[in-house]
Design a protein around this ligand. Sequence first.
Ligand SMILES: C[S@@+](CC[C@H](N)C(=O)[O-])C[C@H]1O[C@@H](n2cnc3c(N)ncnc32)[C@H](O)[C@@H]1O
Length: 333
Amino acid sequence: MTDAALSADQQRPAEPAVLDDVPGWFWDQDRHLFDWFLGRQEKAGRSGDLMEMGAYLGRSAIVIGSHLQPGEAFTVCDLFDSDAPDDENAAEMDMSYRRTLTRTAFETNYLAFNERLPEIVQAPTSTLGGGRVAPGAFRFIHIDASHLYEHVAEDIQVARTALASDGVVVLDDYRSAHTPGVAAATWEAVFNHGLRPIVLTDSKFYGTWGDPEPAQLDLLARRGTLPHCDISSESVDGHRLVRISGSDAGADPFRVSRHHARLAAEAEHRAAEEVAEEAFRAAERDRETADRDLADRRARAAERRRPTNVAKRAVGDLLPPVVTSAIRRARRG
Ligand SMILES: C[S@@+](CC[C@H](N)C(=O)[O-])C[C@H]1O[C@@H](n2cnc3c(N)ncnc32)[C@H](O)[C@@H]1O
């Protein structure tokens, strides 16, 4: 079937009711930490732009965008349905995103939770370099686009220029077995380009080109206050860093989407319809069984009323049992 053959309803991306309805790779532990970093900046009266490189269907962008303050801009850069700039990146896109990713689906998801779309750059993240983003204007940048070394190393340099001195950069998949390029680019930035680790989670590296200590002390002060979370501190070649590990359990859920009430009512309506349909089908089955029983009873009664059977019964009733069995024996013989 071609797209043209699909109805408008079938072509429309599904609207999410809750953040978990948006596919992606953004888990509660990091959602909680994004909220914490962004909220901490806001409480301190900090203002600055926000950026995400690699948004996929919007799962993390929705959360970042929910922190946008008046006067700030949120830039999202992703290829969405466009071609990748090189073969390796194209292979990465084909393997992980092409079948599911469209810009329309991203926009539908994003607008389900936020009032306005971010500024969308539908292009390779490499186009953000060369003066396209204002130097020092950003307070928070999430790097989660291509996971190939050359791309991530370039994205880190864009972030370095774009971030304000106390801005926070987050790198996804800095330690996954299938993304050695991110690990290489991340630690290269730490050892050679002045990036300072703040905190590491199972999936993400949080760092700054400013002073990591105030955020680290605030995080360490939360030790023992987060259920299911272990917060510890250690040093890597003189770089102090905080580690957060543990389960996602206990994190407050993200607020529901603007479609939640309608989708819940529709789901309730569908469930009620299914119950009514099942009750109707059960009544039908009962009626069919009753009809079959009645037909069987009638057939048996009709059988009993057949003249030969009536005669047999009469003979059986009238002749003495000895004669009846003698007749039966004679018939068998
Ligand atoms: C891992 S996904 C992003 C996941 C998303 N942040 C989330 O939390 O669900 C990576 C995204 O990067 C995009 N991407 C891959 N290579 C890119 C490139 N060179 N420039 C811009 N975007 C790219 C893909 O289209 C995909 O949407």
